[in-house]
Design a binder for this molecule. Structure first.
Ligand SMILES: [Mn+2]
Length: 357
């Protein structure tokens, strides 16, 4: 296991590499070239400059989150081959820079959906939250406007204002895309990129859809064990793997997280660990502290399952609460993610020492 933290890059993140290194728990970062649009090539010199900056700070790049997949690839439009060529070139350059894990997602239109970015808890911290009622009451075009005021002046990946200004057109693009078509387009994409992944030993780690059900009538496919196994089996290559995000799979209480981890052994290349607290069935949940007792998940059982399958990839504490007066991108402040990293390292050490006794 490698404990990491997501870092958006100088000028984009309120957290510095020095602060991350000083946590002592976190040795690596998960980062990205922030300004790259889907379909654009990640040039080798840009990747190497990012790598040098991280290494000069005493850390290393444990993986990329994300190299984004274009709408042309997701919808299977005629321009997709050009975008896939660019994607392959980016992977090749990452491989040459000795980076071997890439997270991506295949979600239509919205990368993830929360209806509140700053729900106030009783202790004064704020958290991201979701209620189905709020989604049902809103037009997709108004989704961005309803949460934009809570972004603390940051630009949240997947929710770029330029992209959100075109939501109507985006919905138009996806109007004939159902789950089957999306699976087909994912297969086409994966088959095209596997050779370069084999050549440079790059583990592709698809991020699950969040929440794990259809919103606004858009298809969602990476949502449960059955669908993930289907995805893995349709392109049977160990480089075709997943990001196990507990906060995304866990939005559906039907998903047994430790059981899923055990079933997906060997193909989990990256883990996002966070806890959710359900307030009213599946219709209302908020992102609690990582601590098991603050939420609904048994974090010990999740870490235990990862340990048992021999997981050796990067883990990152996922979204944290906003606390201690910090102003940062919602979910991506330093303080609560540092607490999360410390807690997860503690769980890991305990599980490991117990197992070896
Ligand atoms: Mn995640």
């Amino acid at each position: 296991m490698q404990m990491t933290m997501r870092w958006y890059g100088t000028g984009h993140d309120t957290v510095t590499l020095e602060q991350i290194r000083q946590t002592a728990y976190v040795k690596g970062v998960i980062t990205m070239l922030y300004d790259k649009m889907p379909g654009e090539v990640w040039e080798l010199d840009e990747i190497l400059a990012l790598k040098k900056e991280v290494e000069d700070a005493g850390l290393y790049i444990a993986g990329i989150e994300s190299v984004n997949v274009s709408d042309a690839i997701k919808t299977g439009s005629p321009e997709r081959d050009k975008d896939i060529d660019a994607y392959i070139k980016s992977l090749e350059n990452l491989g040459k820079a000795d980076i071997h894990m890439v997270c991506y997602n295949f979600m239509p239109v919205f990368d993830w959906t929360r209806t509140e970015l700053a729900r106030k808890r009783a202790d004064g911290t704020t958290v991201l939250a979701y209620t189905q009622k709020a989604v049902d009451a809103i037009n997709p075009e108004d989704m961005f406007g309803s949460i934009a005021g809570d972004m603390n002046g940051t630009v949240m990946p997947g929710w770029e204002p330029e992209r959100m200004a075109k939501v109507k057109e985006l919905f138009e693009l996806y109007k004939d895309i159902d789950s089957e078509k999306l699976f087909e387009n994912l297969k086409y994409f994966l088959e095209a990129i596997m050779p370069v992944c084999d050549k440079y030993d790059i583990n592709m780690a698809i991020h699950p859809d969040d929440p794990a059900w259809s919103v606004f009538g858009l298809p969602r496919i990476i949502i449960n064990k059955e669908n993930v196994l289907r995805m893995m089996n349709m392109v049977p290559n160990k480089h075709n793997g997943i990001t196990f995000c507990t906060g995304s799979y866990g939005t559906s209480l039907k998903n047994n997280l430790p059981d899923m981890i055990r079933a997906l052994k060997g193909r989990i290349h990256f883990a996002h660990l966070r806890n959710l607290k359900f307030n009213d069935g599946e219709a209302d949940f908020e992102e609690s502290a990582h601590l098991s007792s603050d939420g609904t998940f048994d974090m010990h059982a999740i870490v235990r399952a990862l340990y048992d399958i021999g997981f050796d990839g990067p883990i990152r504490p996922d979204h944290g609460r906003m606390m201690w007066g910090e102003v940062a991108m919602p979910g991506y402040g330093l303080y609560d993610r540092a607490l999360g990293a410390a807690y997860l390292c503690g769980l890991w050490e305990a599980v490991e020492k117990e197992a070896k006794r």
